[in-house]
Design a protein around this ligand. Sequence first.
Ligand SMILES: NC(=O)C1=CN([C@@H]2O[C@H](COP(=O)(O)OP(=O)(O)OC[C@H]3O[C@@H](n4cnc5c(N)ncnc54)[C@H](O)[C@@H]3O)[C@@H](O)[C@H]2O)C=CC1
Ligand SMILES: CC(=O)[C@](C)(O)C(=O)O
Ligand SMILES: [Mg+2]
Ligand SMILES: [Mg+2]
Length: 350
Amino acid sequence: MAKIDFGGVVEEVVTSEEFTLEKAREVLKDEVIAVLGYGVQGPGQALNMRDNGVQVIVGQREGGASWDKAVADGFVPGETLFPLEEAARKATVIQYLLSDAGQVAMWPRIRECLSEGDALYFSHGFGVVYKDQTGIVPPENVDVILAAPKGSGTTVRTNFLDGSGINSSFAVFQDYTGRAKERTLALGIAIGSGYLFGTTFENEVYSDLTGERGVLMGCLAGVMEAQYNLLRKHGHTPSEAFNETVEELTQSLIRLVAQNGMDWMFANCSTTAQRGALDWAPKFRDAVVPVFDDLYESVRNGGETRRTLECNSAPDYREKLNAELKEIGDSEMWKAGAAVRALRPENRGK
Ligand SMILES: NC(=O)C1=CN([C@@H]2O[C@H](COP(=O)(O)OP(=O)(O)OC[C@H]3O[C@@H](n4cnc5c(N)ncnc54)[C@H](O)[C@@H]3O)[C@@H](O)[C@H]2O)C=CC1
Ligand SMILES: CC(=O)[C@](C)(O)C(=O)O
Ligand SMILES: [Mg+2]
Ligand SMILES: [Mg+2]
């Protein structure tokens, strides 16, 4: 563990310097790791572990697109790719990476596949924390652990291939074997995490549900749409409205924030922009505080969990989600965005 000062608060973190890949391989050498669910997180974590020399098998419902994706990625039916329960029974580490609603649906069957001393691994505290709604109560004779990448499974893979990594939080909910933390850290390194920081199952799920409904996805989409619509209402062209709302952010300014922080981005803009942004940031911040307060309360009291399970447990949940995503893609704003992206020099003529 390394002690790092985060703005005056010292935290203990783990990188592959403190917990080397060789050590992770040693810790995991006798484990059979099954990644259950080959949707978004599953592939990223399974492929990174395989590349890191860790033996991994995949469990997935047979016959669908995710099964085909696993086959295309080189997992072999009957050798490294199995139906869910068969994979779980073969494993000593069961990485429960079905959708959160899928975890609930499958729990009664997966629970029966667990053996004494297994590790039941999550990448989201959802199922365990909201047990009154999910029914996911692990048996007492297994380790219950978490490594939660703070990013899309797609970038868990692409960042790993680029020699970088997505940071992950880690937590131990139940330590039956006395080795739960070591198993967790080894798995966190094996899946290619940038650095690992400690959390609890409850803090992980409260922060993650808030972040994805807030700045990372929901709030971001909402404020972009609001500004685009404002500019269009006042007669600005789609090119002007989209460039001023999305393209400049993704192709220029957010990269400066990623490079060296918000003050760096501001300092690399005009003093006109700096003055205005410094004046208006507090106004926007204060305007959304009540919305964030409502959001966190709905996360904490289980309202967001209820909504998620009600919607995503329906047989046609995927079709309904895809229809709403199509509505976004078919909007003038995001059709304009497609045209703007195609005009990027690197995309022209493709
Ligand atoms: N998507 C992401 O990048 C991230 C996901 N997570 C967590 O990782 C876990 C997996 O998330 P995703 O990969 O996004 O899941 P997903 O929504 O892509 O689903 C994963 C797999 O579960 C299967 N599945 C869904 N419902 C099922 C059911 N009723 N029975 C059997 N299989 C079912 C799907 O076929 C799919 O292959 C979740 O706990 C999620 O919160 C954590 C960080 C980021
Ligand atoms: C990608 C990620 O971290 C999210 C937004 O929490 C998720 O996909 O659940
Ligand atoms: Mg997240
Ligand atoms: Mg999430």
